[in-house]
Design a protein around this ligand. Structure first.
Ligand code: TYC
Length: 115
């Protein structure tokens, strides 16, 4: 049988005619996403022109910037082509490796977390 007890409202009805809203202050819990840098590695066989093309195509750099990045990789052994969220970075790596394989070049590409 249902109780006849009156139900106590959880929110007190406004007393002065106006409806009132209470906003609770809560600690901010959302963190920015971890970012990942996509890195190309140097090798002795992949043509410079192919690397410049890859950097332009997959990392949206203009020809001059792409050439600078390629030369840095050529001289220093590795270089960052772009910084993205995890899924985008992994997809870029796969696309670059696929293009390199298809063209018959040993170009290596990896992604690593940004410190
Ligand atoms: N070292 C290559 C050459 O002399 C050029 C090159 C640059 C290769 C960058 C890979 O990620 C690379 N043909």
């Amino acid at each position: 049988m249902a109780s006849d007890k009156p139900i106590k409202p959880l929110i007190a009805p406004p007393t002065g005619g106006e409806a009132s809203v209470v906003l609770e202050r809560r600690a901010q819990r959302i963190q920015p996403p971890h970012m990942f840098q996509v890195v190309l590695l140097n090798d002795d066989f992949t043509p410079m022109e192919f690397v410049v093309h890859v950097i332009q195509e997959f990392f949206s750099k203009d020809r001059e910037t792409a050439t600078q990045i390629m030369l840095k990789i050529h001289l220093e052994g590795k270089g960052i082509c772009g910084v993205y969220t995890r899924d985008v970075a992994n997809t870029k790596v796969e696309l670059v490796l696929q293009a390199a394989r298809q063209a018959g070049h040993p170009l290596q590409c990896l992604c690593e977390p940004v410190e």
